[in-house]
Design a protein around this ligand. Structure first.
Ligand code: OSB
Ligand code: MG
Length: 365
C-alpha cells in the first residue's frame, strides 16, 4: 500500500485525578494522535510522549516536530508495509515514541484493510487480559489506602505503588497491613541510586512481585549490582528502549522481569521481538501503560494477550484515566479487559468528541 497523507492532531484530556510519580504530577494530558491515510484505507496511532521530557528525553512537541520534518517524509508516496517502517526510519536516531505512533497507524490501516485484528496478528492466546493499576504518590497514607481500597473493590488484580525516597517502605507496609497479600509491586521511575541498596532491601519482607526501574535508565550494570543486594525481582522500564537493550540487560542480570511499552521501544513490532526474546530466556513480561486513550489501550490490550505476558499489566479501564474516552470505553469485568476482535485496533473513534477536544491539527502529505 501507499501512505498518501498523515493527519496529525493534538487533543486535551483531563485525568480523573492527579497522577503523581517521582518525576512530577500530571492532571491534564496533551496527546498527539496520527491518522495514516493510505491507498487501502485509514489507521490510527497514538504517541505516548508526555508533555515534558521527564519520563524520558522524548516529549510531545518534539515528537510532533520530528514526525512532520523527519519521519513522515521518509514514508510518504512509495510502496510501504508496517514491517518496513522501522527500517525506513532507521537513519533518524532515537525518537522511538514518534516512530512508534506512525508505525502503529500504518499497521492499523494494513490490518483493517485485510480484516485482521491486532490480537490475531500478535498471536493472542487469551480473549481477555488481567489488569493491574498504577497508583500515584499520595499526600498521606490514609488517602493512599482509600484509593487502593477503591481499586481493589473495582476488581483490579494487582496494585502498583509509585515510590520515591521518603515514600516507599511505609506506604508498602500500610497497604500490606490493610489489604493482606494482594499482588503488589512498586515503581520508582529512576529515583534511587546504588547507594540506596540497603534501604531498598527493606522492601524485601513485603513479598513484592517486583521493583520497577529503581535506578537511572543508563545504569544497567548498576541494576545488576543492585539485584545482588535485594531479593525483590528487578524489572526494567525506562532502561529498555530496544531489543538490543533487552538482550544486554538480561545477559548482565540487570532484570528478572521486563515492562514492555510499545511506544518506548519504537513500536509494536519491536515490542513483539522483546516479548519473544523474553519468552525464550524465561523472563516474564507485562504490558506497561502511558495513560493512553482508547486507541493506545486497544493495541496494548491486544499485545498483552500474547503468551509471555504472564503478569497483570498497567492496562486499566478507561474510567481509571478519563471521564470520557475517545473510543468506546474499556470496561473492567472481573479484573480483566476484553481483547478487541474487530479489524485493526478494533475500536471506533468518536469523531465528534475528538474534534471537540482537538486544539491543533495538520495534515502532512
Ligand atoms: O513508569 O510506568 C510508568 C505513566 C506515565 C509514565 C510512566 C509510567 C506511568 C504509569 C501509569 O505508571 C501506567 C498507566 O496506567 O498507563
Ligand atoms: Mg514504570
Amino acid at each position: 500500500m501507499k501512505l498518501q497523507a498523515v493527519e496529525m492532531r493534538r487533543i486535551g484530556m483531563s485525568l480523573v485525578a492527579p497522577f503523581e510519580t517521582s518525576f512530577g504530577v500530571q492532571t491534564e494530558r496533551d496527546i498527539l494522535l496520527v491518522k495514516a491515510i493510505t491507498s487501502e484505507g485509514e489507521g490510527w496511532g497514538e504517541c505516548v510522549a508526555g508533555e515534558e521530557p521527564t519520563y524520558s528525553s522524548e516529549y510531545v512537541d518534539a515528537a510532533q516536530h520530528v514526525l512532520i520534518h523527519h519521519l513522515i517524509p521518509r514514508l510518504l508516496g512509495s510502496e510501504l508495509e508496517a514491517g518496513d517502517v522501522a527500517a525506513r526510519l532507521r537513519p533518524v536516531h532515537g525518537h522511538r515514541m514518534a516512530k512508534a505512533a506512525i508505525e502503529m497507524a500504518v499497521l492499523d490501516a494494513e490490518l483493517r484493510a485485510r480484516g485482521d485484528s491486532f490480537g490475531h496478528f500478535f498471536g493472542a492466546v487469551r480473549q481477555e487480559v488481567d489488569c493491574g493499576v498504577s497508583v500515584g504518590i499520595h499526600s498521606s497514607i490514609a488517602e493512599l489506602l482509600v484509593t487502593v481500597g477503591g481499586y481493589l473493590d473495582q476488581g483490579y488484580r494487582r496494585i502498583k505503588l509509585k515510590i520515591k525516597p521518603g515514600w516507599d517502605v511505609e506506604p508498602v507496609r500500610a497497604v500490606r497491613e490493610k489489604f493482606g497479600d494482594v499482588p503488589l509491586q512498586v515503581d520508582a521511575n529512576t529515583a534511587y541510586s546504588l547507594s540506596d541498596a540497603e534501604h531498598l532491601a527493606k522492601l524485601d519482607p513485603f513479598g513484592l512481585l517486583l521493583i520497577e526501574q529503581p535506578l537511572p535508565e543508563e545504569l544497567v550494570l548498576a541494576h545488576a549490582q543492585l539485584a545482588k543486594k535485594v531479593q525483590t525481582p528487578i524489572c526494567l522500564d525506562e532502561s529498555i528502549e530496544s531489543l538490543q537493550n533487552a538482550t544486554d540487560a538480561i545477559e548482565l542480570g540487570a532484570c528478572r522481569v521486563i515492562n514492555v511499552k510499545p511506544g518506548r521501544v519504537g513500536g509494536y513490532l519491536e515490542a513483539r521481538k522483546i516479548h519473544d526474546l523474553c519468552a525464550e530466556k524465561g523472563v516474564p513480561v507485562w504490558m506497561g501503560g502511558m495513560l493512553e486513550t482508547g486507541i493506545g489501550r486497544a493495541g496494548n490490550v491486544a499485545m498483552a494477550a500474547m503468551a509471555n505476558f504472564t503478569l497483570p499489566g498497567d492496562t486499566s479501564a478507561s474510567a481509571r484515566y478519563y471521564h470520557r474516552d475517545i473510543t468506546e470505553p474499556f470496561v473492567l469485568h472481573d479484573g480483566r479487559l476484553k481483547v478487541p476482535t474487530g479489524a485493526g485496533l478494533g475500536v471506533t473513534v468518536d469523531q465528534e468528541f475528538l474534534d471537540s477536544i482537538t486544539h491543533w491539527k495538520q495534515t502532512v502529505a
